[in-house]
Unconditional design. Structure first.
Length: 150
């Protein structure tokens, strides 16, 4: 879950925004609070990969890259209603007959994420380059296939 919920970024106090952020560091991990949005099928997963896509105004306490168990104490998952209609005719419902992308959001209500689950924390500069780094590697299997089949 890398997308953040929409909010007014022009506000003076970033502590009041609803997006996921670190409240404090503790011996056992970090205490976080806030929302992460757009987790396709995350309610069916065992683990959530959490990160941030940098935007103007992103603060260091909002830069969290980690993984968390879906059933971690303090997490609440809010999912959209399913529109899947496997019992209906595929001619009447050509797409939803096969299934549905069940979008969801997750609220972290004072959740302590253990250090062993944290990949990266607090570096805004690193977060700025994350989308490009992912894009560079996301197509590696395509490049390998082209190389083998050339």
């Amino acid at each position: 879950m890398f997308n953040d919920i929409q909010y007014d970024r022009s506000g003076a106090n970033h502590k009041d925004v609803p997006m996921l952020r670190m409240i404090e560091e503790r011996g056992e991990g970090i205490l976080v609070r806030g929302w992460k949005a757009v987790g396709t099928a995350s309610v069916f997963a065992n683990w959530l990969n959490v990160g941030v896509l940098w935007n103007t105004g992103t603060q260091s306490d909002q830069v969290i890259f980690c993984r968390v168990p879906v059933n971690m104490t303090g997490t609440t998952h809010v999912a959209s209603d399913s529109h899947a209609r496997p019992d209906r005719s595929e001619y009447d419902y050509p797409f939803s007959n096969y299934g549905d992308e069940l979008e969801s959001m997750t609220f972290f209500d004072d959740v302590i994420i253990p250090w062993k689950y944290i990949y990266h924390l607090g570096n805004v500069e690193h977060a700025q380059y994350y989308p490009q780094r992912v894009f560079d590697w996301v197509h590696i299997e395509t490049q390998n296939r082209q190389l083998v089949n050339a």
